[in-house]
Structures are given as C-alpha cells and as structure tokens.
Design a protein around this ligand. Sequence first.
Ligand code: SF4
Length: 734
Amino acid sequence: MLFGRTQKLPIKIADKGVVEWKYAACGYCSTGCSIEVGLNADGKPVASRGVAEADVNRGKLCLKGIFEHELFESAGRGTNVLMREHWHQAWQSADWDTALDKLHDEIVRIQQTYGRDAFAIVSTGQMLTEEFYTLGKLTRGLIGTNNYDGNTTLCMSSAVSGYKRSFGSDGPPGCYEDFEHTDCLIAWGSNLPEQHPIIYWRMKEAQEKRGFPLIVVDPRVTMLAQNAHLHLHITPGTDVVLINAMMHVIFTEGLEDKRYIEANTVGIEDLRAEVEKYDPVTASKICGIDEDTIRNVARLFARAPAAMQIWTMGINQSTHGSDGVVGINNLALITGNIGKPGGTSLSITGQCNAMGTREWSSCSGLPNYRSLENPEHREEVAQFWNVDPEFFPKKRGLYQTDIYPAIETGQIKGLWLIATNPMSSLPNTARVRAAMEKLEFCCVQDCYQDTESAQYAHVYLPAATWAEKDGVMTNTERRVNRVKPITQPPGEAKPDLWIFNRVAERFNKGGRLSFPESARDIFREMAQLSEGRLADISGMDHEWVEKNRGIQWPYTVEQRERGEPPPKGGKRIYTEDGTFSHPDGKARLIPLPFVDNNEVPDEKFPVWLNTGRLIEHWHGRSKTGKIGNNNKFSPIPFIEINPDLAMELGIQRGEYVRLVSRRSDAVVMAMHTQRVPKDMVFLPFHFHDCANRLTLGLLDPHSRQPAYKQSAVRIERLADQKMAARLSMEMRNF
Ligand code: SF4
C-alpha cells in the first residue's frame, strides 16, 4: 500500500564512509549475535551490521546491537586512574602502579587484620571468558578470599542451581535449533520479543513454519503473550503450584513417559506423592489458572512428540526460583523431553557472557563446573595451577546478595567491584547504600566512571569495554564466540585482563602460578583443562571459533582431529540414556512443596509491583542511557498501570505518581495500558534510584537470587506535577 503514491521511493541510507568491517559477538545480551562494526578512514567506529552467515542471528541485529558502535565514545567512560583517601572527598588523578599497589596493600591489610574472607570480590557477566578465568585463578589461587561472586546471582543463579539439582551440573541442554523441531512450546516468565529479540525471531520463524502451540505463562500481557495461543495469566510467585498441578494431570491420566523415567531418572515415587496434593481444582485457587486450562496445557505438553520449555527472570527472580527451574526440569523429564530435537528445558540467559562466568570464573567453585566441595576437583585444579590444594576453601563462600549483609555486620571490610553496579542493581537501595558507606576500602573497576557505586570507591580503575578487548564469550545455547579488538580503549583505560595480570604480579612474587598475557594462550590453557568435562572446548581455538562464527560446546580435540566440523547449531547435551552429571548418570526428580513466603499486596500496599526490562535499554543504563537512539524511547522511569485502577485513583495518562513500598518511594510517570491487571503495576528496572528503592528482594534459599518481581506498593497521586517532573529529570543524568 503506497497511500496514494504510484511509485515506491527508494530508501536512502547515509553513507558512513566505512572502509573496513571488524568482527565480534554482541556485548549486550546472551543471544550471542555475530556483529561487524564498520570503521571509517580515520579508524572511527561508525556503523554496526549483523553477520549473514552466523547461525545465531543470520544477518539480523536488534535495537541495541544496531547502535553498538556508539558505545565506544559514549559519555561517562573512565579515562584516568583515580584515588582518594575517603569516599566523600574529591577524586585525584593517579598512575596505574600507585593504584594497583594500593589495591594489593589494602587486600593484604584487611586479610591480615580481619581474616582471609574479610575482603570480598564481586564480578560480572560482562567480561570476556579468558578474563573470568584469570580473575578466578587470581582469587582462588593467590588472594584466597572465599567471598567471591558475580552479579549473575541477580539473574541466573536460580537456573544454575536448578540445573545442578536436576541434572548434576549447570549447562543448558538445548539450543535455538530446537524451535525448528518442537511440537509444543511453553514460555515461563520470558518476554522474548523485548528481551531477546533475535531468539524471538528464530522462534517465530520456526513457529510459523511448524504451527506448534505457544503457551505463555506470565502475570502480564507481554508482547510474547500477545502472540501466544494460550496466555496463562498466573498469580505472581505461584509457578511451582501450576507445574505440580500439570504433573498431577499427567500422572493421573497416564501421560508420562515411563520408559524414559525408568531409564534416566531417580525419585519418581517421592515426586508422585508430592504432586498428588496438587489436583487442578485446589491448585487453581492458588495460581489463578482455571482447572480446565491446567488440564488442557498438561495434555498438550505431554502428548506432543517433542515439547520444549524456555524461561527467563519470571522464574529465576523469585523466592522459589530454583524450585521453579527444578519443576520445569521435572516436567521435561517425566515426559522424556530432554536431549532430543525439540524436547528441552532451555534457560534463556541474561548478560552477554553470563554463561562464560558460570563455566570459567570459579565464582561458585572451580573452572569448568568443578566444585570446591569435591576433593578430586580441588586436587586436579591445584595441580594444574601449581597451588597447594589446601589453599582452596572446601565449600563455596557468600553469594553476592549475602555479601552486603555481611558488610553491614562488619564481617566484610573491603570490596573490589568489577564491571558491576550494586547501588543500582541490588534490591532495597537504602540498605546497600548504608553497607557501602561502612566499607574500609572499595575499589571500582569499570569502563564507566559515573556508575553510582563509584561514589563509594577509594580507587577507580578505568577498564576497556567489549570489543576494545580480545577473547571469547559463551551464549545461551553454549556457543563460544569471538570478540576482537575493534578499537583502542580511551585514555589510560586498560583491558580487564591486563589489570588482573598486574594485580596477580603483586601477589605472585615467586612466579609460582603462570598468568599468560594473551587471550589466545589463556584459551589454550582452558581448552586443556576442559578435556573430558561436560563443557569440553578442547577442539576449539580462537581462529576456529571465529571462522565458524561461534562453536557450541562440547567440541572435543578428538572431533577436531577426526576432521569433524562443528555442528552448525544443533548441539544438545544429555542426548543418551544415563548421561546426566550426577555420579550414577541419572537425573533427579525432586518433589517441590510450595511455600508461600512472598510479600503480597495488603490493605496498606494493595498493588503488586512487577519489574522487568525494555527492549531499548540494557540493565542499569550505564551503556544505553548514553546512546541517544536507545535512550530517547524511555529517558525517564514510568509504570504501566491499568486504566481502571488509574481512573479509581484519578490519575491521568502521563501524570507523575509516587510509588510507596515498605522500603522507600519513587516518582514515576503513569502510562495507561491493559497489559497489566488492575492489581498490578509494571516498572522497568533500568533506572537508578527507582525500582530498587522499592523492591524487598527476599532471597531464594538455594540460589540466593532476589525476588525482584513480587513486592507490594501503594500509588499516590502527586498534586504538584511540575515539581515531580523536575525531580524525575534531575535524577536522570543519563
Ligand atoms: Fe545483541 Fe542480544 Fe540484540 Fe542480538 S538480540 S543484537 S545479542 S542485544
């Protein structure tokens, strides 16, 4: 339709003067798109484009990827090493040696004064895998604190914990190609079109070809729910009840895969006994899904020749996130839907290299899914690194979410924050602020100097970002992909790997441990350490990974020597009977009693607060808040509010309101939409001093991941709209 015109006008794209394209995997989300950044004749990054022959994205990029070249020169980048005696003083410029000596001396002082674990290290899902591995070696092999974790506890910890409990190891069994084989898809708390747009495109294309039913479980009418055949509008925090009820139907109607259960699992009797209590009538009163829909969905799923489940934060960020993941795995196992094309339980990961840190950072254990609790694993890694095995702790230390309460109580006195911003990302900001103020020493290492956490730092180390560095990342479907230096870091900023190696030199006086300088050599070391493990990357090297536009693990040295090319995109794990990672090779069916421990709306705080992401922004906006083409879509925080609730409260569209929880308050703009029910508001979490001022963040007992999505608030209309608008603007530097 040309609207009255008879001729189609050609689309003109401005010539940016690109003379060279350079390859990298995208540095935002875990989809793992292959991207090329175009450089002009001056070597300046001026354009981004998707890589056509890459299996993941096949030439496409989303709104974030398409402007990714702009982040190299975005505002707030750190260009100078900075130091100060007290966090309330002004910063002074310093040189690298002085700052790194200070970091080393403070770690030593705090450990000698208060004990080895009194210094904590919190890392990220943003760095490259070789950097994670090096930081792990430095922390576990030289510094020796056990209070070392990543900010992945805020997003993927429940998935990790659930996979470990069910299958004996972390590691998502499926891949994107499963969409092309499945006969039924359930998406639990996952809004693909906005959070993982390219995975959504892969799913949608497969779904249009095959016509499989798409069932979305979400309390909000997300964009994915709008596209679903069935939207199960669940009561927040009750997924485990729905899963148990579906299994009740499957067992009652004899729809389970008895052969698969017998050959591959243990625990069926205990599971049956627990599930017996969750008949659809009883369950429907708790989870809000009517009994017939529960039965229909259970039958659809169990009768499908191959059925698939995906999930994101709707499951993970809950007081029973780990149980939710185990429940999804239970459902997959009793119907024989693990390890076959189109039959899988696939956690959709968050940060670009959350998988890399899970595999290699040693945060929760030792490299390549080895555990501190296992003496053989400790011995193996100690020998490989040339460390006394007794130097390793015998069990993992505090999770990130337990580190801040430990600062409150004086157990932890020093903190090294690496590419993470807890002042913005942790729940209950007021409590985190009070903890940060108590630190005797804090070092912030980040590519941005203006993160909110840096205001409490004594040392600031300017780091390079994304494709200013060299290494690999792993995506949601276990695909290792290459990042290459496209441009130089600004000013004095240095790659994180360089910083870790310089810190290591200060601890590694006799040169007992080796710390290679090049990412290529570190990858070789990792490949050697991976031989025979679940995440075997021994057949890969940097060049082979880039040539193939990413390779899924496992890919072994034997496969490489046989001349077997890496599979294009259909690599699965647990494909054969009895291959799970528990010692007996069997998966565990684990009964899941439902414990109703969330904060729920009441008379004083009558509305659910649901939080989540927007397509244009990335986490705390330290990147996208400064890229005009991303930030312009939502430069200030807003809530989605149901028009009926807004009418009752007398709130007009576009007016500012005050949200109040038991913790604090936040001023936001009200946007009317039917996407949320009348008893709920949705607030994007990207904005500092906003969503997390309100969230309670109760922790999951297994994964210690916070429940960001289930809090209670009240909404107050603001009489002085001009002042509210000014406040909202003033609080957003970017
Ligand atoms: Fe990057 Fe994720 Fe967008 Fe792909 S979908 S371009 S990986 S942000």
